[in-house]
Design a protein around this ligand. Structure first.
Ligand code: ACM
Ligand code: ZN
Length: 763
């Protein structure tokens, strides 16, 4: 096979998202031999797609000048609404009669067919360059998406992004066959949309003092007389231009206007709309907790919002209006006489009821304008407005509740869809919001949560990747955060579930990255971490160890003696077994150069291994680790609380008894705890061990007091070690006292605190 043919074939089998059906026929079609674009009906959608073909193929000059009268060498475009096809389906045939045939029932089907054609073509065409290789593979593709909602979000409040970048973002979405752009236009750090009726929103609420040189979380206070100089907004004309651009790309824009919380920026211009009426400065960094919110007792607020929404609705032709609804702290409402009066006169239960009332005032207004209300999952609290669609971000619980009540849901849980989180080792990555969501993790996302019937699952419209921009100052950084994680999500929401194999995706991604390079799009290199997985049959006394990474094909080297792996260490080829306490270390290495850091996992073959644990207080189901054996499985956790090794007690103490089955001489007990303050997880204030042979009365009690961490300390694991009792016992009890509630200085102050434990090592 010639080099050109091979490259053409490589591109054909590398399409992302992977098509439903692809038949590679052998041989290639030379783009130079295409001489005419033929439209079946000459309808506007056909013309529109023909322009995309023309523009893409422009550098191949012969294409325009040669005219053929014979029925070969054409690009046929056929939009036929009477076809038996799905809404976004297309069929693309390359090579038949030395031509290319694109068929669809809808304009968006045609558009996705073109996006596939684009990926079949040499990437140089993307920047208008004539490629040396003009072959594309002969094939037949039949394709349609798994989910109808395939979205990407962008926060333009924390940092502002200009019209050019928004257009690039739209192109990024289109190349991935995604179809929703969720535009987060307002938030505490700046109002970004021109509203004629309230001109001060763009004069005052769109600007803040410049603290770009400071850490987002630690900005310095605004000085007297200091002028706001960082910010920006989109004029109505710019918005119309972007709406047109999105429309051409078959992308629906969902504009978001936050309420009742994340609105302190509004009070720089219209302070009377807040509970206290103070004029505030737009904050140049973290604003938390979110106390300054719209006053729900003031009718002016609802009038303001309806006027704003009327202008927003006129600008955006899509079906949805996003009203935010997230993280509205109720402190001001609790103190505000107007809000309290509203709670009484409307017979509401409490402030949560007031939030629900607030959203229920807005919903009929939106419905009356033939639009649908969508909001973050907090809109569930205190009762959901009747026609609302829910965006499920705090895990998947809200999604399940909403779908069961018959509401549509968009999935974007922080665990898999927050692209502001780290995607690789924080130690070697640009600063991110927190979290840790690798490419491989995104790819493992299953949009339909457990616990829904088949019918209820139909309410899961699809999924969305979210980019909050606290730590995203530039367009390059924005691309770096989402690429290639949005590529993984695009495949999750488009391709059949049975095709979702990470190794195959990764190989195809390497090919797509060449296109990103040509397009000048920045993308992240991803994580170089080796994942050490251990499997143990319940009765077995050995572990089966597997090593993997998100870079299939890059060699993994490992050691079992505590030394740092080099290319002279063992290379991982297949799973191996260990049957004694071992420190496994592994890393990716090329030419003796270590990529990323060394992963390490310690295996403890101790006396409690595989024994039973009785829970006198139970861990929360959400944080159950690997279940009943977690505390005695010989494995300890990382600093990541959701790594599967940790069990969590919420508000309650941990109180467990390990049954060693027979009397065993005990010289040491060591218990692992996690401190992860950002995640409301604190060290226990006191840990007590005691011993027994009956399982009822416990003696030989020993106590260790601990003090919990300070604000901003990074997550850490500690082992609390007790020596003794140097006697034989059958039962060991471990009690760990939970603080109960988070301290006042903590964002969760007064809310229930957690204790997390991973292992009870008995020696
Ligand atoms: C959110 O992340 N506050 C929706
Ligand atoms: Zn109020």
């Amino acid at each position: 096979m010639g080099d050109n043919n091979k490259q053409a074939l490589d591109r054909a089998v590398s399409i992302i998202p992977k098509p439903v059906s692809i038949k590679v026929l052998g041989g290639t079609l030379n783009l130079k031999t295409l001489n005419e674009i033929k439209l079946a009906h000459a309808s506007e959608p056909e013309r529109s797609v023909s322009r995309l073909f023309q523009k893409l193929l422009e550098p191949i000059k012969e294409y325009k000048v040669t005219k053929s009268t014979v029925d070969v060498g054409k690009i046929f475009i056929d939009l036929d609404p009477s076809l038996q096809m799905l809404e976004e389906e297309y069929k693309l045939v390359v090579g038949k009669n030395k031509s290319t045939y694109l068929t669809a029932k809808t304009p968006s089907g045609l558009f996705y067919g073109f996006q596939t054609f684009r990926q079949l073509c040499p990437p140089e065409l993307e920047k208008g360059e004539k490629p040396t290789n003009t072959s594309i593979a002969n094939l037949i593709i039949e394709d349609f998406p798994r989910f109808g909602y395939r979205g990407m979000h962008l926060d333009v409040s924390r940092h502002f992004f200009n019209v050019d970048f928004i257009k690039t973002y739209i192109d990024m979405i289109a190349l991935h066959k995604m179809n929703v752009f969720h535009w987060h236009l307002t938030d505490d750090n700046g109002w970004r949309i021109e509203i004629d009726r309230y001109p001060d929103l763009i004069k005052k609420s769109a600007w803040r003092v410049d603290r770009e040189h400071e850490n987002w979380k630690e900005w310095s206070p605004i000085k007297p007389g200091e002028k706001p100089s960082y910010g920006g907004y989109y004029t109505k004309e710019e918005i119309k231009e972007i709406v047109r651009d999105a429309d051409k790309n078959h992308i629906t824009i969902i504009p978001e206007i936050e309420m009742p919380g994340h609105t302190s920026e509004v009070f720089a211009a219209y302070p009377n709309l807040s509970c206290r009426g103070d004029t505030l400065n737009v904050v140049p960094g973290t604003y938390w907790p979110n106390v300054d919110i719209f006053c729900a007792g003031n009718d002016e607020v609802l009038i303001f919002l309806k006027n704003v929404l009327s202008e927003v609705i006129e600008l955006f032709p899509g079906p949805y209006i996003h009203i935010g609804g997230d993280e509205a702290d109720k402190t001001r409402w609790e103190e505000c006489s107007k809000c309290q009066k509203r709670i009484k006169t409307e017979n509401l239960h409490d402030e949560k009821g007031l939030q629900s009332w607030f959203i229920r005032q807005i919903e009929p207004f939106i419905t009356s304008k033939n639009k649908k209300l969508i909001g973050w999952d907090e809109i569930l609290e205190g009762g959901l407005a009747p026609n609302a669609t829910v965006m499920s971000w705090r895990g998947t619980e809200g999604a399940v509740i909403s779908a069961k009540r018959g509401h549509d849901v968009v999935m974007c849980p922080t665990s898999h869809c927050y692209f502001d989180y780290y995607q690789a080792d924080p130690a070697i990555s640009p600063e991110a919001f927190g979290g840790y969501t690798t490419l491989k993790k995104v790819y493992s996302f299953s949009p339909v949560p457990e616990g829904l019937t088949k019918n209820e699952s139909k309410h899961i419209l699809g999924a969305q990747g979210n980019l909050w921009t606290e730590f995203v100052k530039t367009k390059e950084r924005a691309q770096y955060r989402v690429l290639p994680r949005m590529t993984a999500l695009a495949e999750v929401v488009w391709s059949p579930e049975k095709f979702l194999m990470y190794d195959s995706f990764y190989k195809r991604l390497l090919s797509l990255q060449k296109r990103f390079d040509v397009l000048g799009w920045t993308y992240a290199p991803g994580s170089f971490e080796v994942s050490i997985q251990a499997n143990k049959k319940t009765k077995s006394s050995e572990y089966k160890i597997s090593l993997s990474s998100e870079k299939p094909g890059t060699p993994i080297f490992f050691t079992l003696d505590g030394s740092t792996p080099t290319t002279s260490s063992s290379q991982f080829v297949e799973p191996f077994f260990i049957n004694k306490s071992t420190d496994v270390k592994a890393a990716l290495l090329i030419n003796n150069k270590q990529l990323g850091s060394v992963s390490e996992k310690a295996f403890y073959f101790h006396k409690a291994l595989g024994r039973s644990v009785k829970y006198l207080t139970s861990y929360q189901k959400r944080y159950s680790g690997e279940g009943q054996h977690t505390l005695v499985d010989g494995l300890v956790g990382t600093e990541e609380y959701s790594d599967g090794h940790w069990q969590g007690w919420e508000g309650d103490d941990m109180d467990v008894v390990v049954d060693l089955k027979k009397k065993v001489s005990i010289v040491r007990v060591s218990i692992g705890f996690l401190e992860s303050i950002d995640s409301w997880i604190f060290l226990p204030t006191r840990v007590v061990v005691s011993f027994s042979n009956s399982g009822r009365e416990f003696t030989n009690e020993k106590t260790i007091q601990l003090s919990s961490g300070a604000p901003l300390s990074p997550p850490k694991r500690i082992a609390v070690k007790f020596s003794g009792p140097r006697e034989s016992y059958r039962y060991v009890r471990v009690q760990a006292e939970n603080m109960g509630v988070c301290p006042e200085w903590h964002p969760g102050g007064g809310g229930r605190s957690w204790v997390f434990s991973d292992e009870i090592i008995i020696e």
